[in-house]
Design a protein around this ligand. Structure first.
Ligand code: PBG
Length: 336
């Protein structure tokens, strides 16, 4: 028997009932906050990033302050990106013991050891050509790059990182990193691999923020074609075989189908990265009054979780955690 006996609207008639039947609810524990750490002698350095409203370039010490603030509102983890003072063809700053990321790890772990510090493992912020590996001719040479990525991951873990997150998309990098970590006794340090990372136009604001735009060509010989879904399954399967502990899909909102397929096909925790362009679109549209920032933020994050993400890397982490804390204190305030 259908209408008029069956009326789905019955369960939408009050805020309390809507809350009771809600299938997907966000918590601050779902979020990972990316931070941009700059090599600078100024301990208190904190400068707004033009391409990413409300995000900052931070000194290692100020990164620790930001991580503590996020932790205080329930965000358990940060993801660190570095801006070195100088770059070279091999990206040697990536594994420097006194590099910005390595220093920030130390600052954060000594300020608050409970915070989970994840380091993005890649070379593009450190290479003078802006590519994610060693360049030979006009392309990135896969196999020699693996050793440099492994060296970078090892230096991050030696500095105290709780997890490494390779974002380069070289073939075999998870195995190379796993082997290097295990070889030095870090067998309990997880690898969160950017397993299905697309060659996306949504990275623009990040590349301006991290100064890692390729000097020539693009990243399409290593990052995935946006039209491909089955290939994402192969990429994820390979990373899992190589020893990945968490697999990531990136970007998030334009790739919800991929998040869902990965969630349904594999049993590892799935991360999704709401990238800089997704963030900037909401910020930009809200700034000129076209959308409501808070509602767009919560709805997009809820969609990413509903698709199957166990954790979400997002520049909104702190703001979303604050909004959720307010919502959870009152049943009346659940309109979002
Ligand atoms: C580095 C890296 C990028 C992002 C994360 N790690 C840039 C890229 O691949 O070009 C993008 C993150 C964002 O847009 O928020 N490989």
């Amino acid at each position: 028997m259908a209408f008029p006996v069956k009326r789905p609207r019955r369960l939408r008639m009050s805020p309390a009932i809507r809350l009771m039947v809600r299938e997907t609810a966000l918590t601050p524990h779902d979020f990972i906050l990316p931070l941009f750490v700059k090599a600078t002698p100024d301990k208190h350095f904190r400068e707004p990033i033009k391409s990413m409203p409300d995000c900052y370039h931070l000194s290692p010490a100020m990164a620790a302050v930001a991580a503590e603030e996020a932790y205080a509102v329930g965000v358990p983890a940060v993801l660190l990106f570095g801006l070195p003072t100088h770059k070279d063809s091999r990206g040697s700053g990536a594994w420097a013991e006194d590099g910005p990321v390595q220093l920030a790890v130390q600052e954060i772990k000594s300020a608050r050891p409970e915070i989970c510090v994840i380091c993005d493992t890649c070379l593009c912020e450190y290479t003078d050509h802006g590519h994610c590996g060693i360049v030979r001719g006009d392309t990135v040479d896969n196999d020699p790059t693996l050793e440099l990525l492994a060296r970078t991951a090892l230096s991050q873990v030696r500095a105290g990182a709780d997890m490494v997150a390779p974002s380069d998309m070289m073939d075999g990098r998870v195995a190379a990193i796993r082997q290097a970590l295990d070889g030095q006794g870090f067998c309990n340090t997880p690898v969160m691999s950017y397993a299905a990372k697309y060659a996306s136009s949504f990275y623009g604001p990040f590349r301006a923020a991290a100064d890692c735009c390729p000097a020539f060509g693009d990243r399409r010989t290593y990052q995935m074609d946006p039209g491909n879904a089955r290939e994402a399954m192969r990429e994820v399967a390979l990373d899992i075989e190589e020893g990945a502990d968490i697999v990531m899909v990136k970007p998030a909102l334009p790739y919800l189908d991929i998040i869902k397929a990965v969630r349904e096909t594999f049993d590892l925790p799935v991360a999704a990265y709401q990238v800089s362009g997704e963030y900037a679109q909401i910020k930009g549209a809200a700034a000129i009054g076209l959308v409501d920032e808070v509602c767009n933020m919560i709805e997009s994050l809820t969609s990413i979780k509903r698709a199957g993400a166990d954790m979400i890397v997002t520049y909104f982490a702190v703001k979303a955690a604050e909004v959720l804390a307010r919502q959870m204190t009152s049943c009346d305030d659940c309109s979002l």
